[in-house]
Write a protein that binds this ligand. Structure first.
Ligand SMILES: Cc1cc2nc3c(=O)[nH]c(=O)nc-3n(C[C@H](O)[C@H](O)[C@H](O)COP(=O)(O)OP(=O)(O)OC[C@H]3O[C@@H](n4cnc5c(N)ncnc54)[C@H](O)[C@@H]3O)c2cc1C
Length: 421
């Protein structure tokens, strides 16, 4: 008997991270035959180890005049949140020039508006996505605290509150006593906080990917372990080449996170995608250490209580895709966690992990069609906000694929925005 050849999919999604899997599920629900291809287990990229927090209040692009002024000081601080290994400097120099140019006032203002629009739609999109597969319990109305130890914190909290209110993001200022009543797990060194009462976290980002995968498979979706190597445009669609051979489809969506640049360049699109290496610690025994995610404004560290334990993340290291994790970063994360927690036990026995945030110089993702080949779409580059923006990106991907007017303006995210016309 001849083996049955599976029919060609309508859509191939390259990459089974949060962006790829939310998009796969959305398109499947709209009636498309979808095949996902990933070279490893779904959700093992950046989506595995993030801080699990829907950071809707992060609407500032990373490149601002203030960041550029602070950068030299941050780079030499041994416990600072930013680092750049000297041997990577020649490789990243052209990207840094673009990053500096993105700090011009008009770029920052338009970037902030674009990020605020994506973030404002993100929680509702996650509620629709997880609600549709019976996984609404993965989303937790936790609230979020930005905390300050230094005396200048109150002024900074007021200023931040004023700025964010202009974008409809509400917060409350808490003094020393109120902070510790809200979360007794925090060190007494914390003086002030800004509470975002409407903020959400997930139970564990990897668990979220697993729930998406299970729902997608249950509805007949295919996930193939394959390393995608090339995309060729043909009259009636695309041919995707991987280490498992060639597959035809009507459309392809490239959602390879930090690894997307190479595939885009095969389609003659030079997208300046870099990576921000991010390290994390997970204290499996300290699940109840905090009541909600905490971000330290002084230390640029986020701690989130998750189902797998207390996760501590920080740092942006502009080191590309090939350098090994840095032991120094793990030590520094422990140093910050010990200062921020009332009880720092468990820090001697932690899980360590490093992942790659996909980041463009203007901090905006790439979401949209190839300018010349409408059968090819891109969805990557969500930097620190890929969990936050995954479900809304999936809805935009579907609108774009169906040639519907997207629910928010996607012009700022166009793939060819860095090319000279
Ligand atoms: C330490 C840290 C903390 C973070 N905290 C938060 C947070 O609290 N909130 C938030 O919103 N965001 C956060 N982020 C950012 C967020 O995790 C990412 O933006 C998001 O996970 C990106 O998802 P993705 O699907 O684009 O990429 P990934 O999850 O990296 O997925 C890309 C996939 O592509 C696959 N792949 C790569 N190359 C190939 C190939 N050639 N063929 C086939 N498959 C391939 C990989 O195996 C991987 O599965 C954090 C990131 C880090 C590192």
């Amino acid at each position: 008997m001849k083996a049955e050849v599976p029919p060609s999919p309508d859509v191939i999604i390259a990459g089974a991270g949060l962006i790829g899997m939310t998009s796969a599920l959305k398109l499947q629900q709209l009636g498309y035959r979808v095949r996902v291809m990933d070279r490893s287990e779904p959700g093992r990229g950046a989506s595995f180890g993030n801080a699990g927090y829907l950071a809707t209040e992060l609407i500032d692009p990373l490149s601002t005049p203030e960041t550029l002024c602070k950068a030299p000081r941050l780079l030499i601080d041994p416990h600072g949140p930013l680092s750049l290994p000297p041997r990577y400097l020649p490789t990243i120099a052209p990207w840094l020039v673009r990053f500096a140019l993105a700090a011009r006032r008009h770029s920052v203002d338009s970037g902030r508006t674009a990020l605020a629009a994506l973030n404002a739609s993100s929680v509702a999109a996650w509620q629709r996505c997880l609600g549709s597969i019976g996984a609404a319990d993965e989303l937790i109305a936790s609230g979020y605290l930005t905390v300050w130890e230094k005396p200048g914190g109150l002024g900074q909290a007021r200023e931040k509150q004023r700025k964010l209110r202009q974008y409809g993001i509400e917060s409350e200022i808490l003094g020393h006593e109120e902070v510790h009543r809200r979360d007794p797990g925090l060190s007494q060194a914390i003086q002030h906080a800004l509470l975002f009462p409407n903020a959400y976290q997930v139970s564990d980002p990897y668990r979220v990917v697993q729930r998406l995968v299970a729902a997608f498979r249950e509805a007949g979706g295919e996930i193939v372990e394959a390393s995608v190597e090339d995309i060729r445009v043909v009259d009636d669609g695309v041919v995707v080449t991987s280490d498992r051979g060639e597959v035809n489809a009507k459309h392809v969506i490239v959602a390879l996170g930090a690894w997307s640049r190479q595939l885009a360049s095969k389609l003659e699109l030079d997208i300046p995608l870099e990576t921000e290496r991010g390290h994390h610690l997970t204290l499996s025994g300290r699940l109840g250490a905090l009541r909600q995610p905490i971000g330290s404004a002084d230390r640029n560290v986020v701690m989130t209580p998750m189902q797998c334990g207390l996760r501590i993340v920080g740092f942006s290291e502009l080191g590309g895709l090939f350098l090994p994790p840095s032991a120094k970063r793990y030590r520094t994360l422990k140093h910050h966690a010990a200062a921020l927690l009332a009880d720092s036990s468990g820090l001697e026995n932690v899980d360590e992990w490093m992942g790659f945030r996909p980041t463009l110089p203007d901090s905006l993702p790439v979401i949209g069609k190839h300018p010349k080949h409408s059968q090819v779409q891109f969805a990557f580059g969500h930097q620190h906000l890929g969990l936050t923006q995954a479900a809304i990106t999936a809805e935009l991907n579907a609108d774009i694929l169906m040639n519907k007017t997207p629910q928010i303006d996607i012009h700022p995210f166009r793939p060819d925005r860095f090319n000279r016309h």
